[in-house]
Design a protein around this ligand. Structure first.
Ligand code: PEP
Ligand code: MG
Length: 579
């Protein structure tokens, strides 16, 4: 029988594929007594689970595709050794017999004893082995409980065309799975503006987040339809649903072809107002496709993706080579490289940085704060960006600036980096523009000071909304409060645009609002003339721009900005969109 689940659609499109469940949380283990005559059967059940765990790991080891990172291979080898070790394969047998308990409980008791030993060790490396014990124990527990498999197993299995259903998903895992040809994602947690959701949009993979209890309600391998527009998942669909959604997929393809026709036209409103449209990129793999687009440049390149899924940060040369690819591909057009924005949901697996993980990472040492604290991380990036400025029109953009002291420190580090390059005889553009992302309310209110000290501003609405409304952009529980049309948000955006105009400093927007056609008329009316967004939304936004009357929107928006009632604001935006 068909089952429908709802969540929040964060990346449009429809996909149909088999369900592949992937849970990160630990299985719940209950203790129960085993009657003495059945004890040897329980031991046999445990030994069969150990054997199966070994087989699974060996099979994964054999099937590792060429090019898989050595860390994943080492990870599996370590697990194989562990599953064969006496402490996991024999000690629980003794416990089953002695305590007359079930195999799961015996294994859990042994795990708890082992973990206590790891916890008192001083060596941070050995401490991390505790996680490996947990991974191996969970694998065996899942076999005992007949539950679905482990993350890296799913990664190494045939995931092409399947729908991953999971409790939570980091951007790093999404990237890995995307490389394996996953058709769609459903997560129990997550919110529309988390970095995972943004990445899903940029990869163009249908994704639904906040689908509560999906892992429990859906079954391994059953066919699923994922509708990323409306956040709907249909399990074991009937023929009617299947044919309806097949036709949606066809319709989407036809629409994409129609929108493609707009690609070559300039973005100019009916009353002759020219608008610059740029793209947001996160992966150098996206460059080839983006180069084909008729855009005015790259408005945001999120460099942090280069730092994920590795234990050492990329050095200056590696970064230089990657950024050079972008700049060469966009020859003659501006390329805005954003400095590292690590922290919050973009966690970097680099040991030395663990000490900075505060209790509240979104308000902690994130982005420029971390970079100023860790020049070892920041300076190679500054030099790499400066060096590629010799190859084309490069702009450097800095996230999360919140005060002028940070701007001064940044400027000093840029000067220092230039001096180092000069000394080494390496060329760079001495006038490379340096700009600020305005995404903290304090910076929005003081935007004019930033505008006077820097070469350009770019509005990061994703964080600006989060910090203005005190709504964690990743927390589905407060997703209903994440409102781009909140009057406070609209006023801040307007203030930034006006501050730019007063100081003749260019202002663009690279947050998700810029790529949402529902807000295009509103932003044009506020005076925004430069938008940066995922390539997937460019044509739609251009369609709205080319149909608009900016002079009329400007008048209507100045009236709209006086409103405070959410319903009235929504109606006024709707009226603009009906134009
Ligand atoms: C933003 O905050 O709007 C933004 C573009 O940056 P990110 O989503 O990477 O935090
Ligand atoms: Mg941001």
């Amino acid at each position: 029988m068909a089952l429908m689940l709802s969540g929040t659609g964060v990346s449009r499109g429809v996909a149909i594929g088999p369900c592949q469940i992937l849970r990160h949380d630990e299985p719940e283990i209950l203790e129960y007594a085993i009657p003495r005559p059945l004890l040897m059967d329980e031991v046999a059940r445990f030994e069969a689970a150990i054997k199966k765990a070994k087989q699974q790991l060996k099979q994964i080891r054999q099937q590792i595709p060429a090019g898989t990172s050595p860390e994943i291979i080492a990870f599996i080898d370590a697990h194989l050794l562990m599953v064969e070790d006496e402490v996991l394969s024999h000690a629980p047998v003794k416990l089953i017999k002695r305590l007359q308990c079930n195999a799961e409980w015996a294994l859990k008791s042994q795990r708890d004893a082992l973990v206590t030993v790891f916890d008192v060790m001083d060596d941070p490396y050995l401490k991390t082995r505790r996680d490996d014990v947990d991974h191996v124990v969970n694998r065996i527990q899942r076999i005992l409980l007949s539950q679905s498999e482990h993350m890296h197993e799913v990664l190494l299995q045939q995931t092409r065309g399947s729908v991953i259903v999971t409790d939570e998903l980091s951007p790093a895992d999404m990237l890995l799975m995307h490389q394996r040809g996953v058709a769609a994602f459903i997560t129990e947690d997550g919110a529309a503006n988390s970095h995972t959701a943004i990445l899903a949009r940029s990869l163009g993979i249908p994704t639904v987040v906040g689908a509560h209890h999906a892992c429990r309600c859906l079954m391994q391998n059953e066919p699923l339809i994922v509708d990323g527009r409306y956040g709907i998942t249909i399990a074991s669909p009937d023929d009617n649903a299947l044919s309806f959604y097949q036709s949606c997929i066809e319709h989407d393809k036809a629409r994409a072809i129609a929108l493609k026709k707009l690609e070559k036209l300039p973005a100019v409103s009916r009353d002759g107002c020219a608008v610059r449209l740029m793209v947001n990129l996160e992966l150098t793999e996206e460059v080839a496709a983006a180069r084909q687009l008729d855009v005015d440049g790259i408005g945001l390149f999120r460099t942090e993706m280069l730092f994920l899924n590795r234990t050492e940060p990329p050095d200056e040369e590696e970064q230089y080579q990657l950024y050079a690819k972008l700049v060469r591909a966009f020859k003659g057009r501006p390329v805005t490289i954003r400095t590292l924005d690590i922290g919050a949901d973009k966690y970097m697996n680099i040991d030395q940085l663990d000490e900075y993980l505060g209790a509240n990472p979104a308000l902690g040492l994130r982005a420029i704060r971390l970079c100023l604290k860790e020049p070892r991380l920041f300076l190679p990036q500054l030099r790499a960006i400066l060096r590629v400025s010799a190859l084309g029109k490069v702009r450097m953009m800095v996230p999360m600036l919140s005060n002028m002291h940070e701007v001064q420190q940044l400027q000093r580090l840029v000067m220092m980096s230039k001096a180092v390059l000069r000394e080494k005889g390496q060329s760079f553009d001495a006038a490379m523009p340096v700009g600020a992302m305005i995404e903290v309310p304090a910076a929005a209110i003081a935007a004019e000071y930033f505008a006077r000290q820097l070469d350009f501003l770019s509005i990061g609405t994703n964080d600006l909304i989060q910090y203005t409304l005190a709504v964690d952009r990743m927390d589905a529980n407060v997703g209903y409060l994440y409102d781009p049309l909140h009057p406070a948000v609209l006023h801040l955006i307007h203030m930034i645009i006006e501050a730019g105009a007063r100081s003749s400093t260019p202002v663009s927007m690279c947050g998700e609002m810029a790529g949402d056609p529902r807000f295009t008329a509103l932003l044009l009316g506020m005076g925004l003339r430069e938008f940066s967004m995922h390539a997937t939304t460019l044509s739609e936004v251009k369609g709205v721009i080319n149909d608009s009357d900016v002079a009329l929107f400007t008048q209507q928006v100045s009236a709209l900005l006086k409103l405070h009632d959410p319903a009235e604001i929504a109606a006024a935006v709707e009226a603009l969109n009906q134009y």
